[in-house]
Design a protein around this ligand. Sequence first.
Ligand SMILES: Cc1ncc(C[n+]2csc(CCOP(=O)(O)OP(=O)(O)O)c2C)c(N)n1
Ligand SMILES: [Mg+2]
Length: 552
Amino acid sequence: MANASLKGAEILAKALENEGVDIVFGLPGEENLDFLDALRTSEIRLVVTRHEQAAAFMAATYGRLTGKPGVCFSTLGPGATNLVTGAAYALLGAMPMVMITGQKPILQSRQGRFQIIDIVAAMKPITKSAKQIIDARNIPAQVRDAFRIALEERPGPVHLELPEDIAGQRISQCRFEPVTPHFRPVAPDAAIKAAAGLIAKSSHPLVMIGGGANRPGLAPALSAAVRALGIPFFNTQMGKGAVDRNSDLFLGTAALSEGDYLHSIIEDADLIIAIGHDTVEKPPIITQSGRPHVVHVDFNPADIDRIYSPELEVIGDIGDSASRIARELQGRPFDAGFYLGRRAELMRHIAERSDNAGFPIVPQRLVADVRRVMPDDGILCLDNGMFKIWFARNYRTHIANTILLDNALASMGAGLPSAIAAAILYPTRRVMAVCGDGGFLMNSQDLETAIRLNLNLVVLIVEDHGYGMVRWKQQAYGFPEFGLSFGNPDFVVYAAAYGAKGSRVASADGLGMALNTAFASRGVHLVVVPVDYSENKRVFIDELAGVAKQNR
Ligand SMILES: Cc1ncc(C[n+]2csc(CCOP(=O)(O)OP(=O)(O)O)c2C)c(N)n1
Ligand SMILES: [Mg+2]
């Protein structure tokens, strides 16, 4: 495509269109004015946010849900440093994202060093690539490269800096790069055969589904392969939903690293087929001195460390690898009953207190009631806090990427922005953010964005007047209680100030009703529920200590 006299910023917008970008999230500064104007006349939808961090969380979530890089932008200096947490979130969480930041003119500037930070250098360690654009003629190639890098396994964030004078630089001729299809390489036959050989020799194998398995589009192939294998499976926190949980082979989610009821089953496995396990996750299991044996099936080689050292690696598209391993093992029956006999007891433990009538509500009831109001395709977006462990452990998913939780950077503040991105993408599905009273206030300003966009969204605030997760750890380590309590605004009034609807749950039975009412009346809702976090110690410290002892 050839165009007569376009500004750098217009070329950038057209290059984004060329990549199929339909939405960008951001917060401009004066250095972005050319780009903003180019967006105004483009096909791309602009979502203005109230904090750059929120824009980055939204773009990363867009990438996670669609498999296409999400795009966000900010100005130079303070705007760009606000993107940093979102970059780290996308890097550790393997979410494809392209970030565009402004900069002062590079050829001539009359402003000294005002607001100038070396953002490219700051972004380098937390992106897959960070580059300044120094000539508008390079924009098409640099944008093509950015999208390619962001998308390639393992996906992640890419940064481009567009200085003000390059944004205004006029180019008479410009050619956009063709967007080539992206195919993932597949594992060699020898690796598939070796894996099948090892698995065939094992007596009690288990499948572990990790975060890499959650890439959009993989679920059908993986679910079929796991069913064909006939081997019971569990998942990591970020692997939830990647295999249809309706299967009787499902044993649960490893929300803790060790010592949970699930681990007492995992300990009996002589081999684990780890599909898509990404060691960036808080470890779902601890493997010691080669036991159990691990076959690593992933897009990339394992990141070996003291707690995860596979014996064999099958590197390539994991849907393809899992299907081929299953085919290779066809007819080889595994004694699934070895685990499945204990499955019912495991499920019973997990379900304990899920109908408890006590108030403040116990976390088990909270999770169960949220599950009841969410349809199978409803999307739950968790912020980071103690409730995340309860949801990871107790919430059962039916469809891939219907629980968005961050077990990688595990940053507070992502719950609401990720829910906004999900609600934009899927306006007809129920979308709920679950946030602690700490994490919610880290990005609550973007309630205004949700209202402005007329989204349908429920935000559930789990209120304990403190940094509950850290309080739990403080208690577990035997420290006296200190430094983790705070007061809260009246969240119902707070919601009203934004034009959202707020409600406070006053009994355990009231939660389900409040959530259903909120979804039914549409719009943006804040539902506040006081929680009884004494269950954290009772279950995760006292009760599970007993489980660990029994297994010793
Ligand atoms: C940005 C950020 N700051 C600090 C932490 C450490 N941290 C992890 S959980 C947590 C407490 C979260 O409190 P809240 O949001 O109220 O949830 P709760 O655990 O009380 O349910 C903190 C401080 C973090 N993960 N991210
Ligand atoms: Mg809290």
